[in-house]
Design a protein around this ligand. Structure first.
Ligand SMILES: [Fe+2]
Ligand SMILES: [Fe+2]
Length: 206
């Protein structure tokens, strides 16, 4: 199963093989952090609704995303329970915090545009990561099947966020490139902490 080219074209860089190998060695950490990612994806969509109560078309798309992300959260927790792994707090990776540090704080359309760009990048990267991981998950058929299903959903979410971002700002590509320069650095650069959105694992750093 290959990553759709429009995702890698959008993101500009692919998940390093070393990250996939590390994911298999840290499968329980991957699942716990993944559950947190789904919870945070639902929270981010709710926050966007809260901040933009007049954006009816956007809310119409975001509300089903909230429900869908919570279903993903429940499914990951079900897999954790089956594996007898406790869902627990986990210090997050630098990824989401890094992207949000670049977000415009003006509180107007620029902030909304940046929120939508961040949403599009996180959904696209998550999807790209699922596609990258699927061939490595032969010994974990339930997770492999689940991630194949999730790749479709996150691809749809990516398109929703990106289409709205393009609608509200004609210069969105210029801004996207600023975010992607940082994102690509976090994905390719060395990272001592293994997480769903972490970078290239440092030797013995997982
Ligand atoms: Fe999800
Ligand atoms: Fe999503």
């Amino acid at each position: 199963m290959y990553t759709p080219s429009h995702l890698t074209d959008f993101l500009g860089t692919e998940t390093p093989k070393a990250w996939c190998e590390s994911a298999i060695q840290n499968i329980n950490i991957l699942l716990i952090d993944h559950a947190h990612c789904e919870r945070k994806a639902a929270t981010s969509a709710i926050q966007l609704i809260t901040k933009n109560p007049h954006a009816e078309d956007l809310i119409d798309k975001l509300s089903p995303i909230v429900r869908e992300e919570m279903l993903h959260f429940e499914k990951v927790r079900k897999i954790l329970r089956k594996r007898k792994v406790k869902f627990q707090a986990l210090p997050p990776s630098r990824y989401s915090r890094g992207l949000h540090a670049l977000r415009s704080k003006t509180g107007n359309q620029e902030s909304l545009r940046d929120d939508l760009i961040i949403g599009a990048i996180i959904e696209a990267r998550s999807c790209e990561r699922f596609f990258a991981l699927i061939p490595y998950l032969k010994d974990f058929p339930e997770i492999q099947q689940f991630y194949t299903h999730l790749a479709d959903a996150e691809q749809r979410h990516f398109e929703i966020y990106w289409n709205f971002a393009k609608q509200i700002d004609k210069k969105v590509h210029w801004r996207l490139n600023e975010f992607l320069a940082l994102e690509n650095e976090m994905i390719k650069g060395p990272d001592a902490l293994f997480r769903f959105h972490s970078g290239t694992p440092t030797v013995g750093g997982c």
